[in-house]
Design a protein around this ligand. Structure first.
Ligand code: AHR
Length: 533
């Protein structure tokens, strides 16, 4: 018999304000994310720029606040200047990061105009691999300056009269990674100095903008967290965010490790926050720098062969490989055959949701987060259609209800131990003891007198009786309770049936003296909305 689980929240125990950008997405031109899903001039719904209308409409309808674009490794050698102006004058280049041709048919203006059409904020990543300070200055001038200069007038000539007003500029992508073109892994001080000078220069061009400096691209990185500290120490005064990335992995079938992955995110966030505080103290600065977790994900992948004893060499072998067999890919946007629909939709959706809850719990430090594949989570797509996957409903719940203040959320539940494991040489996880089967976070929207508690049951075998104690919230009662789970692990939503895995009302519940009593199903996502009468 499963033990009763309990969640307690109190209005006085605030963690911090939830930023509007907290649940955003990341988009980069690899696989079919841009070519095929966002852009396919041959699609029946394509608009005059070749953007798929069905996808555009679905993303717009979601209200996703911001999208980091066109981000990722490719940006570190992307020459944005070759991607603007008349199509027939654009220059095609090789993208050595992903071994693909970049035709620039979706260029700088198209990315920003797609964001305008979707009504989302573009979070832009500057090439700090091969790009110069001057390139970054020209970029901001082209994008944000009213007119009367070469670059701003060129934007107007290219059809965008008004400045785009891009507010958030990331200065580089994963600059600590040896896989990055123009990486700074060996020279954090050099990168920090370049960021100092670039951020200063572009903020002098547009004083309203914010900038982010790269921290570690994973907690596994050799330099983490001292690389981050050395970088931030150089540029603390001129940046607003430290941009960090992390992808959690577990082997197929290891649901406990997959859903417990959010604990490693918590460690990562806590260390970055401590690192920021330390550098802030060193600088005697009143200014706060926040965390932007602008790429995150969870991956199901088999264990790979390990090469124990090689230390640094493992990293080098992974990243300085030269493979004459590897061919450059030319993407055909009308061909989505290589699109992969990863298995176990409910498990994947819950593993992402668990990371999202960890982010929400740290809303005082994390002000931006962008889910990799977040646009697909919102609107899954194949060559012809878009539809709602399980992750869509979860994302929408967070966009609707994770507003206001994040509250400390006390969970008492049965626990499990997660033994340590290694997926491959670089992705190694120390074991964790006492992982709560019930994962939870909450949001207190004072403006609307609404309290929302989100809860995941990580247990694949057991349903739990759950008590939610909100007795500190005077006059509040339960307004809505919803649960999402799958009847079968292999259930998968489709265009034909996108309600197979979808939220249903929780009918069996009682609410008395500030306590809600109900049950949460195995492997489920649950949302409890309380409002003041
Ligand atoms: O999304 C895949 C890649 O992961 C991104 O290009 C890069 O930033 C990260 O390593």
């Amino acid at each position: 018999m499963a033990q009763n689980a309990k969640i307690t929240v109190h209005p006085l125990f605030e963690t911090g304000e939830i930023s509007k950008r907290l649940f955003s997405a990341f988009l980069e031109p690899i696989g079919t994310m841009v070519n095929g899903t966002m852009f396919n001039p041959k699609h029946p719904t394509a608009d005059e720029q070749g953007f798929r209308g069905d996808f555009l409409k679905a993303i717009k309808g979601s209200g996703v606040p911001s999208v980091r674009l066109p981000g990722g490794n490719f940006v570190s050698a992307w020459q944005w200047k070759d991607s603007i102006g008349p199509m027939n004058e654009r220059k095609a280049h090789l993208d050595p990061a992903w071994h693909q041709y970049i035709l620039n048919d979706v260029g700088h203006d198209e990315y920003l105009q797609w964001a305008e059409k979707v009504n989302t904020e573009a979070l832009y990543t500057v090439n700090m691999g091969t790009g110069t300070i001057q390139d970054a200055m020209d970029l901001v001038e082209y994008t944000n300056h009213e007119g009367g200069t070469y670059w701003s007038d060129l934007r107007r000539k290219n059809g965008h009269e008004k400045p785009y007003g891009v507010k958030m500029w990331y200065l580089g992508n994963e600059m600590d990674g040896p896989w990055q073109l123009g990486a700074w892994d060996k020279n954090p001080e050099g990168y920090g100095h370049k960021v100092l000078e670039t951020s200063k220069a572009i903020k002098w061009i547009d004083e309203t903008i914010e900038t982010g400096v790269c921290g570690s691209s994973a907690p596994f990185m050799e330099g983490f967290p001292s690389w981050d500290e050395a970088v931030l120490d150089k540029c603390y005064d001129v940046v607003d965010y430290v941009s960090v990335h992390h992808y959690h992995s577990a082997k197929p079938g290891d649901i406990k490790a997959l859903l417990g992955g959010s604990l490693y995110y918590e460690d990562f966030i806590n260390t970055e926050a401590a690192m920021i505080d330390y550098v802030q103290s060193k600088h005697r600065s009143p200014k706060k720098v926040y965390i932007s977790l602008d790429e995150y994900g969870s991956m199901i992948r088999p264990y790979q062969e390990l090469h124990p004893g090689y230390g640094r060499y493992n990293m080098a072998r992974n990243h300085y490989r030269f493979d004459p067999e590897r061919k450059y890919i030319l993407h055909d946007p009308d061909n989505m055959k290589d699109h992969v629909f990863p298995g176990e939709e409910i498990v994947r959706a819950l593993s992402m949701a668990s990371i999202q809850l960890a982010i929400l719990r740290h809303a005082d430090r994390v002000k931006i987060s962008c889910m990799t594949g977040g646009l697909a989570a919102i609107a899954e797509a194949d060559h012809d259609h878009v539809w709602r996957s399980a992750a869509h409903y979860i994302f929408m719940d967070l966009l609707t209800y994770a507003k206001g203040i994040s509250l400390q959320t006390k969970v008492e539940s049965e626990t499990y131990d997660m033994p340590g494991y290694a997926i491959e040489d670089t992705s190694q996880y120390t074991g964790k003891e006492g992982v709560n089967f019930i994962d939870s976070a909450s949001a207190y929207d004072k403006e609307n007198d609404r309290l929302t508690i989100f809860a995941i049951n990580r247990n694949e075998d057991s349903e739990y009786p759950l008590t939610i104690d909100i007795s500190g919230f005077e006059g509040y009662s339960i307004k809505n309770a919803m649960s999402l789970t799958a009847n079968d692990l292999n259930d998968r939503n489709s265009f034909e049936n996108d309600a197979l895995i979808s939220p249903v009302k929780i009918k069996e519940k009682t609410f008395e003296n500030g306590e809600l009593k109900t049950h949460v199903k195995p492997l489920s996502w649950n949302v409890f909305v309380f409002e003041k009468a």
